[in-house]
Design a protein around this ligand. Structure first.
Ligand code: SIN
Ligand code: FE
Length: 294
């Protein structure tokens, strides 16, 4: 696999558009095929007062700082008081830029698009220690234990805001369908009633569907399979400072190997809002299993 197989490049320098229809069409087709939509010169400008937030000490134990767009609450920072507020304002401003770009580039998503959390990732990825299941340096599709998606898509936009030459280094693996075909037969079905119990205990935000159980199963099985991790096909991508990329991380197998100082915005989208819903993980898994999963 090469870079060209997994990435489509666009030479834009604005978060607001307008973008020509041919570019919109090309970006949408690439995105829904599970490729990375890459903008090598779309940067996010920090104000002079914000440059001091480019320091790993700004993060608390969790490494990622996140802001909930509904409450504007900032979580995970070691900063307090006025500084924490200014940091949250920077993260929120990025989230608004990200939202305007996605709406302008993918107008057909605009009505159904839900802006979820915005995050700031100031800590270097390489050389940290993680359990295998939490190690995002291993190829995986995103699926979160506490956040059932019930078939909705996870779309993410990242910008590298490093003040130096530090690229963010990723790998992208094979397409979703062959990955799912490989691991589905190995998954064990969770105990009957466990989704209900976890929801009642408040361990999940809403009840997991079969879809969520399967996606978590694929996430874990893929990360824990050492042979797959060492031998599966992949292409390496470098995202330099001042660049931005968008990808369906529930579909594109990805691994984040290195880098620091990224901003990230997550969106949720119903599969029906896609131009080609049949490419969504939900529809692919329903086709492979012959079952309704939500
Ligand atoms: C991930 O979603 O696996 C992490 C991506 C990143 O922080 O670059
Ligand atoms: Fe991930």
């Amino acid at each position: 696999m090469t870079e060209a197989d997994v990435q489509e490049m666009f030479d834009i320098g604005t978060w607001t558009g307008p973008f020509d229809p041919e570019m919109q069409r090309r970006a949408l087709a690439a995105l829904e095929a599970g490729r990375v939509v890459f903008f090598p010169r779309l940067s996010f400008a920090l104000s002079p007062g914000e440059a001091r937030f480019l320091a790993p000490e700004v993060a608390g134990k969790s490494k990622n700082i996140s802001v909930d767009p509904k409450t504007r609450q900032c979580q995970g920072t070691a900063l307090t008081g006025k500084d924490a507020q200014l940091l949250a304002a920077m993260i929120d401003r990025f989230g608004r830029c990200a939202t305007s770009l996605v709406q302008a580039l993918f107008p057909q998503y605009a009505v159904a698009l839900e802006r979820a959390r915005t995050s700031f990732r100031p800590v270097e990825i390489a050389g940290r220690s993680y359990s295998a299941r939490q190690d995002d340096r291993r190829l995986h599709v995103d699926a979160f234990p506490t956040r059932p998606m019930r078939g909705r898509r996870i779309l993410r936009l990242f910008t590298n805001v490093a003040p130096d030459e530090t690229d963010r280094l990723w790998e992208i693996g094979e397409p979703f369908e062959p990955f799912a075909r490989h691991f589905l037969p190995k998954l064990r079905r969770p105990l009957a009633g466990s989704a209900w119990v976890m929801d009642r205990l408040g361990l999940t935000k809403g009840r997991r569907s079969r879809y969520d159980e399967m996606m978590l199963g694929l996430h874990d099985a893929g990360k824990l399979d050492e042979t797959y991790q060492s031998q599966a096909p992949r292409a390496a991508l470098r995202f330099p400072p001042g660049s931005t990329w968008i990808v369906y991380t529930d579909q594109a197998l990805h691994a984040a190997l290195g880098g620091r100082f990224a901003l990230e915005q997550t969106f949720h989208l119903p599969a029906q809002a896609m131009a080609r819903p049949e490419l969504s993980p939900l529809r692919v898994l329903e086709r492979l299993t012959g079952q309704r999963l939500v």
